[in-house]
Design a protein around this ligand. Sequence first.
Ligand SMILES: *[C@@H]1O[C@H](CO)[C@@H](O)[C@H](O)[C@H]1NC(C)=O
Length: 356
Amino acid sequence: MSIKIVINLGLLFVLHIYRNTVFPSSMVPSAAFEQGSNKHGPFYNGDSDDPSRYTYMGLLTLPTSDDDVYFNATRLLVYRLKHHPETKSQYPVHILVMKGVDEWKIDRLGKDGANIIMVDRVRTEDLVGEGESIVPGSNRYEYMFTKLSVFEQTQFDKVCILDSDLLIRKNIDDVFKTPYTYTSPAAPDMDRFPMFQKPGSDDDFQFVDEFEVYGASKQEFYPYLLAAADDRNPGHPTPPEPSETFNAGLMLVHPSKLHLHRIKMIARFPYMYENARMMEQSLLNLAYNTYGWFPWTRIDFSYNGVWITDEDLPYIRAAHGKFWEYDNQDFPSVLAAEWSQAFGEMTAFYNYEGGN
Ligand SMILES: *[C@@H]1O[C@H](CO)[C@@H](O)[C@H](O)[C@H]1NC(C)=O
């Protein structure tokens, strides 16, 4: 029988934060807020929901290999959202580009119709608590932390953030109709909330939000938005069964510095989120757990086709996979054909436009 210990992370956080300069302002709520003369705390970013402030957002980081197939995939994503007649969107497309990416790639994405937002390279050591186990400096983790900077883009009300290995097959603009979450659950359901083990201990622990440590009241965090599709396994039924966890390959979020502040605090302790086994997906599934204060919102499975089966195929609006790997057996092979056809169409389009 396992003992369940509800850990007071407040104490943990206090220990770490006072020693650390990463979040110097995090423990200093504004005086006006403290005295109740200001309705909102220092991180509040409003609840406006204006379609002129909606955007798609992709991500381009430093290449993990010489051929940088993700750059090509990102171009195709932009093309499908900006130009392809059957899939093009009424909303703009922004690409978060990690500083250090080649200029010619940035220029090319700009010519393709994307707006570029340069973001700093976040080093793993800057986010993860000292001595915590996570492979520092690995490209994959840097990608993960760079993706989190979507929460900083508070010039937008709703951002649909997309992984580069999504092939847009149908228009997905109606994802933006997903509403914010305005109300808080009565309480987290700790009986069903995930448990973790701390290194060097056999006890089970659970994460608990400490709003005082965040420097904001719980109410400040509402409304919020984190919508995504159910994660699923190979061979799932169509439609897939509801899952406790979401796939982070396509998410609709309301950027919020307050939410980012909380996410970063949780990020410091990878042992709480499966040692970042699935990188930002593990982290965000803890932060927006179904049974916590901030449950994620389920969107239709067709927005993010993971582990696509033949039965899924007619429904899928955005297919998720490395479809440029034509001999990969993880998906119906017709998707490899679709990907290369789509890439060819894009190339032809830009040749015709003289934009090469
Ligand atoms: C990316 O696309 C270009 C054509 O635009 C092609 O020459 C190149 O081989 C592609 N790279 C990869 C890794 O597929």
